[in-house]
Design a protein around this ligand. Structure first.
Ligand code: ATP
Length: 143
């Protein structure tokens, strides 16, 4: 195998999301999206709501929705500690739509106890899930 790969561990509070060797890894860093390739310099970054994308050893690209977390890159290993992460085809679209509706209703309600920042974060997570779920209709393979 001449393709340069590195180790990836993606962990959520309740499960190991992915463990394996990959050719590339991209995630939504707090300062912008960044990509990791073989022999990347050491890095520590917090993540925001967005999409994680990686290409595995076989050249198949996978997409995940994440709600944020941390990524550490060191000695050809990426460790992603994630608040939540779902592969595009695991996303429950009805649930995300419901969540989005709840958030929008709250934002519109102008309730006296409304936590606007919290409602907006919930809306952002739901919108991200709906966006990443669309990746299931795409196929991406690199040779
Ligand atoms: P909801 O309002 O639907 O609970 P949320 O954004 O508040 O959404 P989180 O707290 O981010 O939910 O996630 C709680 C758990 O549920 C996590 O394990 C997450 O992966 C999972 N999860 C949340 N929404 C979905 C979804 N639409 N499809 C699949 N898993 C989901």
């Amino acid at each position: 195998m001449d393709e340069k790969t590195f180790k990836l561990d993606m962990v959520a509070p309740d499960r190991i999301v992915y463990k394996g060797r990959v050719r590339s890894f991209s995630s939504p860093g707090e300062l912008g999206a960044f990509q990791v390739l073989y022999n990347h310099a050491p890095l520590l970054s917090s993540l925001v709501v967005g999409e994680i994308k990686f290409t595995d050893e076989d050249g198949s690209t996978k997409y995940y929705a994440t709600s944020g977390g941390f990524v550490e890159v060191r000695e050809n290993r990426v460790l992603a500690l994630l608040d939540a992460a779902e592969r595009a085809d695991e996303i429950d679209i009805d649930r995300a739509r419901e969540s989005k509706k709840r958030a929008l209703d709250r934002i519109k309600s102008r309730a006296s106890d409304l936590d606007m920042a919290r409602a907006k974060r919930s809306l952002e997570r739901a919108n991200n899930r709906l966006k990443v779920a669309q990746r299931t209709t795409e196929t991406a393979t690199v040779s």
